[in-house]
Ligand binder design. Sequence first.
Ligand code: DGL
Length: 265
Amino acid sequence: MKKPIGIFDSGFGGLTVLSRVAKLLPNEDIIYFGDTAHVPYGSKSKEVVTKFSVAIAKFLSEKKVKLIVVACNTASAFALSRLKNKFKVPVLGVIFPGAKEALKSSKKKRIAVIGTEGTIKSSSYTKAIISLDNQAVVYAKACPLFVPLVEEGWINHRVTKDVAKEYLTPLVRKGIDTLVLGCTHYPLIKKVIKNLINGNITLIDSAEATAKDVLNTLKKLKLQEKAKSDGRHSFYVSDSPEKFKFYAKRFLGYNINNVKKITLD
Ligand code: DGL
């Protein structure tokens, strides 16, 4: 169906979700919104994150998207049910797909989740995992320093390794076999995380799991694009397009040009 998929995030991080969706569905048009005027969401309240998310979903609905993907874990944790109730267009978040994938991979059912302060406080991942398997044991930990470190580009930096060690060692000691990267930025420091945890712990990338969910949902609703040509990606932000382009290169690995700044109601 010739309608775009809408993806939104607090800023640049959701581009990890866009890149996974685009890889799986290269012929789909995508409209991405990054709320760069209000980033970060991870330290903000449920009320504020929900207000921003509703305004963005309204913008995307007006752009006639066929599906909205809440790429931001914090926005998914705080605002998903509100968006599902308020908008006619189907809305998907990143938490349920990540939770499902974690259970699929975990033999011991001892799972850890890391994310922003907001995501962890909401217990959304824990609730989603337990709702699917009430025998599972879930350990959740906020890792608020990871987002600024990634945005600084300190992907392989000694400081990032030290911070990761501080955050992750107590989780590894719990005997987990699965670790969910419950934040848009964490896939970028996958290597650092992998080197710290033992080889028996599987990392779950919520972005990857969400892309599969997008594909399945479009199939189920018969909303898949039929054309074989590459889809068009357009980008909207609430602050500096120049800064967004700079970070986009870091997250996507290539340059983007069509970035427009807009002001939301
Ligand atoms: N996108 C956010 C998330 O996945 C991380 C950045 C932020 O705090 O806004 O939770």
